[in-house]
Design a protein around this ligand. Structure first.
Ligand code: CDP
Ligand code: MG
Length: 689
């Protein structure tokens, strides 16, 4: 390994290996809460229990900073409950940016407390509510779900304390939430906020919360909690991590990651390996590569994926203790960077990238791209190796690159996202002056204006930029992207709500196809069995019909290269969307095979994503109507190589080119019909090809 790896220049501190070289695991004591008490007391957060409770008592906002694994997420809500914050019918909320983290910490806390998940401790993520209105006292939820709750309960009056966790991630929903919570605090002085974060972001957060309107230039200290936030730093007990850098820039990080895992296994003593890759596709590819490797000691490896959307049983494997004599290798997205704690990891392999969304308001295109991570992220990733004893981190990039080229911090999602959903949510909450809203990080005015424009064309906002009634409120009410909501509303007029709701459900899951390296040909053949000339959306309807006709059989899915878990999820989401639709007065109706109306409904929501095939294009080049951006149909689409003249896409992914994912063919006349305002000033002359 020494030929490839260059140790970092920073000298590692020599730390005594406390466990005498023997790995220990916080072996999950079986069932009931007993046995957890001493584990809980050993966590760094425990030493600060009294301080945390005192600060929460006396301050409106408390900022808690502490290393990953110190017990912020799992312990603080329990301390609050023990101290009486959940009495008198009140609840403690703890938000997470990621769905998988919500599920995982909620079940851990329920286990520690010895209660059944969904009773005293519960969780809510979009399309999944595991709480009981009478019993639940501690509730974990995504920041997005808490925002939605504000539509029914603007002051979030059922919560006594709201803990906004993982604030350093600066997710779009976290930032909106922080802005709104700051407003709520003025109306509800008894509400307590805890903002917790893994890295030192505390100062900017503190100044955001203290920059409130002070009366007569000074604080009113006599009554109620102090307004200036308290900052508490939980000192962890992480071990030193020795850094290694690649000597040369790495061209194929998947291969490099796999060969690094093999070298670690050959040369290093036992201890689990955590590999950071960018997404499910990378992870599947790496697992395939490692599985194909004919290594003699391979049976000692337990190779596991970790990404959001992973079925429950697979999640449990990741968190269960490693059997003696085995080594776990976990290939993860950046979900393991700070949101989840994995015990037993001693080696970290960091590819240096993650999947990030970037929106360009000029082109109006949102790209999901594999982009370099920041130094802050790289440090977090490395830190995962020092949980149980001194560890090692292998960075698949050069030290020079780390020092000179990596940016110090990431860009808040707010400043690189399409803001359509954000604006509609704020409007629905009665925030009219969006430009003047008190943001933790201001979004670009161009992005806000674009969002207003799109919402206006969707008929969601009126000339005064207020939500239209009823359409605007209905679109805001459906818990999906505004464009999808609009498509569902339009389906009512076209008499195809059953079909369109199925499409919306499929668009809410990652992918319904089961893809893995080496089976591409079989997958393509399977797709052909369902492929519809109209495009992917209609293909989804064929798949869903097949799934229902097979009586939701996993065998059928397997035979057809369809992801069974994704289909079950689609079915559940579909039932929920049908309920919401009915509540909004939409008639559930099938168009009985008339796909033209389905395509028209899709157009009514997604007209802004229309593209035209370039005349004389031999390689499938399209341009978006709005901004003449060059795009291509993604190879995974059933319309790849078919290249109809006019299409609408659902999203864009960029690799070497910009690819449209989930594409449907349309008739251009539907665009002006769906959005006359939007297209009236465009260069919109359907040229004959
Ligand atoms: O939030 P923070 O990163 O500070 O820590 P945490 O998520 O509260 O985790 C505290 C400890 O609980 C970790 O060190 C793990 O030992 C344990 N834990 C676990 O074993 N399994 C989980 N699903 C969650 C936490
Ligand atoms: Mg945490």
């Amino acid at each position: 390994m020494s030929r490839f790896w260059k140790p970092g220049t920073e000298k590692p501190r020599i730390v005594e290996d406390e466990e005498g070289g023997i790995l220990f695991y916080s072996a999950s004591p079986s069932s009931s809460g007993q046995g957890y008490e001493s584990l809980r007391q050993r966590l760094p957060a425990y030493k600060y229990r009294t301080d945390i409770l005192y600060l929460v008592e006396t301050h409106a906002t408390t900022i808690v900073v502490g290393e990953t694994g110190s017990g912020k997420t799992t312990q603080i809500p329990q301390y609050l409950k023990e101290a009486g914050w959940a009495e008198g019918g009140r609840m403690i909320a703890c938000t997470q940016p990621r769905r998988l983290a919500v599920q995982s910490v909620a079940s851990r806390v329920a286990e520690e407390m010895g209660v059944k998940l969904g009773e005293e401790v519960g969780y809510t993520i979009r399309f999944e509510d595991i709480t009981n209105p009478e019993l639940t006292r501690i509730k974990f939820l995504t920041d997005g779900v808490l925002l939605r709750e504000m539509m029914d309960d603007p002051l979030l009056s059922k919560y006594s304390v709201i803990m906004v966790d993982e604030a350093h991630e600066r997710s779009l929903a976290t930032d909106i939430l922080l802005g709104l919570l700051k407003k709520i605090q003025r109306r509800r002085p008894e509400l307590r906020l805890i903002i917790s974060s893994a890295t030192i972001e505390a100062k900017s957060m503190a100044s955001f919360f203290s920059a409130s309107r002070r009366i007569h230039g000074r604080e009113d200290e006599e009554h109620g909690p102090r307004k200036v936030p308290a900052i508490l730093s939980v000192e962890g007990r992480g071990f030193t991590v020795q850094m290694f850098y690649s000597e040369e820039p790495v061209s194929d990080y998947i291969r490099a990651a796999v060969s690094t895992v093999i070298s670690i296994h050959d040369e290093e003593r036992m201890g689990d390996v955590l590999v950071f890759l960018t997404g499910q596709d990378d992870i599947d590819a790496a697992i395939q590569l490692l599985t194909e490797d004919s290594h003699k000691r391979k049976q000692e490896l337990i190779v596991l994926p970790l990404y959001s959307g992973l079925p429950r049983a697979d999640q449990d494997l990741v968190f269960s203790p490693t059997p003696r004599g085995k080594r776990k290798v976990i290939f993860s997205t950046n979900i393991a960077e700070t949101s989840l704690t994995l015990e037993g990891v001693v080696y970290v392999v960091d590819c240096g990238f993650s999947k990030q969304c970037f929106y360009n308001p000029m082109t109006d295109i949102e790209n999901l791209v594999v982009a370099p991570i920041s130094k802050a992220s790289a440090r977090q990733r490395a830190g995962r190796a020092g949980r149980v004893r001194p560890g090692k981190c292998y960075r698949l990039y050069t030290e020079e690159y780390f020092i000179n080229e990596m940016s110090a911090d990431g860009i808040p999602e707010m400043q690189r996202s399409n803001l359509v959903s954000c604006v509609i949510q704020l409007k629905a909450l009665g925030i009219d002056n969006i430009l003047g809203f008190d943001w933790p990080a201001s979004p670009s005015p161009e992005a806000l204006i674009r969002a207003l424009e799109v919402l206006y064309s969707l008929g969601v906002l009126d000339d005064d930029a207020k939500l239209t009634s009823p359409a605007g409120f209905q679109v805001a009410e459906i818990p999906v992207d505004p464009m999808v909501s609009k498509m569902i509303l339009a389906s009512n007029d076209y008499g195809c709500s059953e079909e369109v709701i199925t499409i919306a459900a499929v668009l809410s899951v990652q992918s319904i196809w089961f893809s893995a390296r080496g089976v591409q040909k079989q997958l393509d053949e399977a797709k052909l069995r369902f492929a519809a000339a109209e495009g992917d959306h209609v293909t989804f309807l064929n798949v869903y019909r097949g799934f229902i006709e097979s009586r939701k059989s996993s065998n059928w899915c397997h035979k057809n290269h369809i992801n069974y878990h994704a289909m079950k999820k689609v079915d559940e989401i579909r039932q929920q969307l049908r309920r919401v639709a009915q509540r909004l007065g939409i008639t559930l109706k099938s168009c009985e095979g008339d796909m033209e109306v389905v395509r028209k409904a899709v157009t009514a929501g997604f007209f802004a994503n229309a593209c035209r095939l370039e005349a004389f294009s031999h390689n499938g080049l399209y341009k978006t109507i709005r901004s003449s951006q060059e795009v291509y149909i993604h190879p995974s689409s059933v319309l790849f190589r078919v290249n109809p003249k006019w299409v609408i896409f659902h999203s864009i992914v960029s690799t070497d080119r910009r690819y449209m994912r989930n594409v449907i063919s349309i008739d251009p006349s539907w665009l002006t019909e769906a959005a006359p305002h939007f297209y009236q000033n465009q260069l919109f002359n359907p040229r004959p090809h």
